[in-house]
Design a protein around this ligand. Structure first.
Ligand code: SME
Length: 162
């Protein structure tokens, strides 16, 4: 059997980091979150959804800028992979979403998921959610690479405004 993940082109996350640095030339959080998810969707192969959920209500994530199909909204901290990332403030990497009992299936095509919390000081600003139709799409290198992109996003963005 072919492992579709192994057929993806390698992603050069150092190059993507330099490109994202150049792209984020304003502190505006709406502009930067829209640009960043569009950039990731274009640059990282094998994704079917890339976007932000924002912590704009207590214990709740509200859908923000994204690329892909219309998605679930809102998501309570108590539910799903995004909720787990918001609660724990730790990256959630799920190789097979079918194995997660409370996974929120916005798109039946999604098979694996990477969710990265974004902090502004000691406050949770929101999460970046990436979905893939390929089981096991995300490995250690993808996680480290996307976490580095989120550090660049946070450093270039005024997270008090959105
Ligand atoms: N699957 C996510 C919900 C968000 S969508 O994938 C865009 C979750 O379980 O948190």
């Amino acid at each position: 059997m072919t492992d579709a993940r192994n057929e993806l082109p390698t992603t050069d996350y150092d190059l993507l980091a330099r490109q994202l640095e150049a792209l984020l030339d304003t502190p505006d959080a709406l502009t930067n979150s829209a640009q960043t998810c569009a950039f990731i969707m274009q640059s990282v192969p094998g994704l079917n959804w890339a976007g932000f959920y924002l912590h704009r209500q207590p214990e709740t994530l509200v859908l923000g800028p994204f690329q892909g199909k219309p998605a679930c909204n809102p998501i309570p901290f108590s539910k799903g992979v995004c909720g787990a990332a918001a609660r724990s403030r730790e990256t959630q990497r799920v190789a097979d979403v079918h194995a997660v009992a409370d996974h929120i299936a916005c798109d039946a095509d999604s098979r694996s998921e990477l969710v990265i919390p974004i902090l502004s000081g000691d406050r949770l600003w929101g999460v970046l959610d990436l979905d893939s139709p390929l089981p096991g799409r995300f490995d250690d290198q993808d996680q480290a690479g996307i976490e580095a992109l989120m550090a660049i996003f946070a450093a270039h963005t005024d997270l008090s405004t959105l």
